[in-house]
Design a binder for this molecule. Sequence first.
Ligand code: URA
Length: 448
Amino acid sequence: MMVVELIERKRDGGRITPAEWRELMARYAAGEVPDYQLSALTMAVFFRGMDDEETVALTAAMLESGKRLDLDHLAVPRVDKHSTGGVGDKVSIPLAPMIAACGVAVPMMSGRGLGHTGGTLDKLESIPGFNTRLTLDAAAKQVERIGCALIGQTAEIAPADRRLYALRDATATVEAIPLIAASIMSKKLAEGLTGLVLDVKSGAGAFIPSLDRAITLARTMIALGQRYGCETVTLITDMDQPLGVACGNAIEVLESIEVLKGGGPADLREVTFALGAEMLLVAKVESTRAAARARLERSITSGAALAKFQEIVVAQGGPAGFVDAPERHLAAAPVRAVFEAPHGGVVQRVEPRIIGRAITALGGGRTKVEDTIDASVGFLVHARPGAPVRAGDPLVTILARDEAGVAQAREALTRAISIGDAPAARRPLVSHRVTAGGLEELAVGGAS
Ligand code: URA
């Protein structure tokens, strides 16, 4: 195979055949094709696109470049949820144990924070001893034993994607819908799922801000799921403002535990329950949304979901009794300061990208994959778009390492939060449901 010929063909608007994608990805995963050729090819894909058959072929090629979690022998359905990421999005942490407590297996594979978005793995690793680097074998055994494992993409899963995604990140070729769809689905399909729920965010803090493109991405991933017999459903949810109050690693774990204890911010609870209901529906353990939500409620009120989370924490190396007093185990930031409303009015915007980047500047996020992060820093964003405020009202609590961090954070918050005379239009929290059958408008919560 002459890789340069494939690049030329794609550059000129042609197609790459399934056999060529398969060979290319196998050789790339084996280190036999240089990054510079793949970066030229992905840039050509970025401009020329790929048709459905090519997208399926690339997904299959990346999936086949690695191993799969073998859970076919389990008698229970296996489902996962994947989010395209955002600021304050800690939904996976309460959701996985809630679903497992409902008798559905959850082999959940999450990512790390990069750029302005946070990552579930980083949040979980703020729990002392919590090991997200399980081998596939260990993860499979844990799912068999306690119904859930919370892991990262191991070197065994879709290694071609692992290498290609890092390359795309460094060559401005992430935002191509067929590449995103193939990347996400090659990893999800490797989990041996019977069902998958996707949370595709849209809005200013989303990876793909435009609603139309978010829906196109959802449709592409749903079609890939169907091909593999994995029923896939998508909710389009809002990322025009941070989700919940806590934005930062350790404080997001605390807020997740509040949800598991029956509390937590209303928007976070709503998105968690909406996604959870879809998971129970694709798992076919409930047949209506109302029944699915009632079952999720019972997982909380009975204490089963909280107990399941504790079980997962211990299974993955974390402390006994963690959920009873999580703040005792999590790192606390040395400096706390309050950012107050400079004048009265109505909160119009809380810009998630600025908040996310400010967390990184405080030391709580990464600019390079190898960066280490400080789990203790972040923001408690009390300001909600649409809420009236008076001058001096607390808008945000800043959690920082030092006063220099506080000063930097204040500057970012001044840009992130706008207060005006009247509320600005807001998107619904959960705007659409996309399935193989079509698009449904939901308009749940938030809109004004
Ligand atoms: N997440 C992924 O795993 N892959 C992408 O391409 C984008 C987001």
